[in-house]
Design a protein around this ligand. Sequence first.
Ligand SMILES: O=C(O)CCC(=O)C(=O)O
Length: 293
Amino acid sequence: MGKTATASSPGFDAVPVSSPGPLSEAQIRFFHDEGYLSIPPIATEAEVAELREVYQRMFARRAGWEDGNYLDFAGPDDAEPSLPQILMPSQYEPALMTSRVHAQCLAMARQLLGPEAEFHFDHAMTKPAQGGAPTPWHQDKAFYTRKTTHRTVTFWIPLQPVAAEGGCLRFIPRSHLGPLLQHRHLGGDGRVHGLEALGLDDSQAVSCPLEAGGATVHHHMTLHGAATNVSHGERWAYAMGFGIRGTTPIVGREYAWNRVTRTAREARFQNSLVGRNRVSYRLRALLVQWGLL
Ligand SMILES: O=C(O)CCC(=O)C(=O)O
């Protein structure tokens, strides 16, 4: 009997590379070897148009503001946002969870990670035209806390064509093999949600221009970022994270850079909690700040 070929990358068990699904054997191998993958359109024109309508609605009403889920990724979040984003947009637009694009990404995540892979989060991102701030180089794991039990991969889908001048994603191949770099809040300002990796070499970075509805997939350790949007159109993108849930947190101790977080978004989130939940959230935040967790 022949051997079954498998592929895996740090943090994930080996999966059979011949598993049936939208991704080819070569794509599965490329992802595990390089830490990212770029794929042709998975959303039809009509599906992209529907997503754009959802974005129009959500961003016009600043969905998630009170919960701390509407935020500015690159600024102090106290005035006009420089990079407006919404965390967990499917909480405000549940149809995002039942779309064909969601089902396709789940199927691909299961090919990459195994049959237990499940939805973990989604994220709506915009980058204004002609000057939308760059997305700093970072590893998604730097945002994780001791509450995180999922190891994830992220699908990133632009809602218009995106090339280098529009701020397509850039990846550092094989950076998913580690280490996790030191990070800090952008510009060293704890009021800014975005994190930036320190001391990296981006000479091998790869840009991934995409058609509308195309996608990239990256591992939670892969260094990635995007340049300023110097194009004439806004750049909208929808990201979905799928992962394997573990029984223990995947972060041993809270990262130093997350001990100094003082974002307005966190304050809004805390204010949205009531009673005991608010007290225990506040207590936990203090323990993190004091270096006790
Ligand atoms: O849209 C961007 O510029 C950044 C996306 C990103 O960092 C992510 O989806 O993990």
